[in-house]
Design a protein around this ligand. Structure first.
Ligand SMILES: NC(=O)c1ccc[n+]([C@@H]2O[C@H](COP(=O)([O-])OP(=O)(O)OC[C@H]3O[C@@H](n4cnc5c(N)ncnc54)[C@H](OP(=O)(O)O)[C@@H]3O)[C@@H](O)[C@H]2O)c1
Length: 100
């Protein structure tokens, strides 16, 4: 039986464990919301994710140490997906993420 599709938010998605998890979740049909600071890595991941699944994954250049940066990401996610309540899983690879 196919797994229920989830929406997964991953901070620190540009490299390492976060990137590997994003690609694995996407392969299984889940929607990825991710952030990191390196645009080149973010762009290459966006391409890989598009090739892995037809979902419109949302990747952001965002520094989780910056309240403004996190707030801007949260607002954009809310605008695009309608609510933050639809996020099923948080994978926090770096620092602490809070929506306000
Ligand atoms: N690898 C292991 O064997 C291992 C073992 C135990 C625990 N851990 C822990 O697991 C976590 C991830 O490990 P990893 O090996 O995948 O690390 P990594 O390859 O260094 O990746 C860290 C990720 O976090 C992002 N990041 C760092 N600071 C950020 C910030 N201020 N705002 C937004 N994104 C930020 C980086 O992207 P940008 O540079 O693009 O921002 C990158 O995508 C770390 O906390 C590590 O201590 C790892």
């Amino acid at each position: 039986m196919a797994a229920t599709k989830k929406t997964v938010l991953i901070t620190g998605v540009t490299r390492g464990i976060g990137r590997a998890l994003a690609l694995e979740f996407a392969k299984h049909g889940h929607l990825i919301i991710g952030c990191g600071r390196d645009k080149t890595n973010l762009d290459s991941l966006q391409l890989q994710l598009s090739n892995a699944s037809p979902q419109s994954h949302l990747l952001f250049i965002a520094d989780v140490k910056s309240d403004d940066s996190v707030r801007q990401m949260a607002h954009t996610v809310r605008d695009k997906l309608g609510s933050l309540d639809i996020i099923d899983m948080f994978v926090l690879q770096c620092f602490f993420l809070h929506f306000g």
